[in-house]
Write a protein that binds this ligand. Structure first.
Ligand SMILES: [Zn+2]
Length: 173
């Protein structure tokens, strides 16, 4: 049995001075001979070991944080990957957002059998993510189109430019 500490992506290792470092390689991870010793390590450095848990490398399960909580906590590395791929924008409204403002949106929702993998994740600003969460996924596009048309009509309904745009939109929607 080899016990290591992982957050599903990184492993806890020690450098030559006994300090805690994080590594992507399981082989480099510090090994513990029982769970209590591993837990002691977490208790001693709760900040550095936040989000880490004891994992048996000889077990059948792959390291995963998604088991119990369903929705896993994304590592900073995963968040950065999504952020860069999505051009630092909310994928729903297109607004530029900072990495810390970014929330993670499931393109296909988890309860619709969407995966918790990068391919099914996109960046979203908090407002859009909350908005989307409260609307049935199948209705989302219809709903935002309806809202857009209605609000534009309320604001610019009398304007000829809106009447032209509306005519054009009618043909597409
Ligand atoms: Zn947005």
């Amino acid at each position: 049995m080899a016990l290591v500490l992982t957050n599903g992506t990184y492993y806890i290792a020690t450098n030559e001075h006994g300090g805690i470092i994080k590594t992507l390689k399981m082989e480099d991870a510090q090994q513990f001979y029982n769970v209590n010793v591993a837990m002691k390590k977490i208790r001693k450095a709760p900040g550095k070991c936040k989000g880490y848990y004891v994992f048996d490398t000889d077990g059948d399960d792959k390291p995963s944080t998604g088991k119990k909580t369903k929705r896993k906590k994304y590592s900073e590395q995963e968040r950065k990957m999504i952020y860069i791929r999505d051009d630092g924008r909310c994928a729903l409204c297109g607004r530029k957002i900072t990495l810390s403002e970014m929330t993670i949106d499931h393109i296909v929702p988890l309860d619709k059998n969407g995966e918790d993998s990068i391919n099914n994740l996109q960046s979203a600003c908090l407002a859009c993510n909350r908005f989307k969460a409260n609307i049935r996924p199948d209705d989302f596009m219809d709903r935002i189109t309806t809202i857009f048309i209605y609000q534009m009509g309320k604001k610019y309904g009398g304007k000829i430019s809106w009447k032209i745009a509306y005519k054009a939109l009618e043909n597409i929607i």
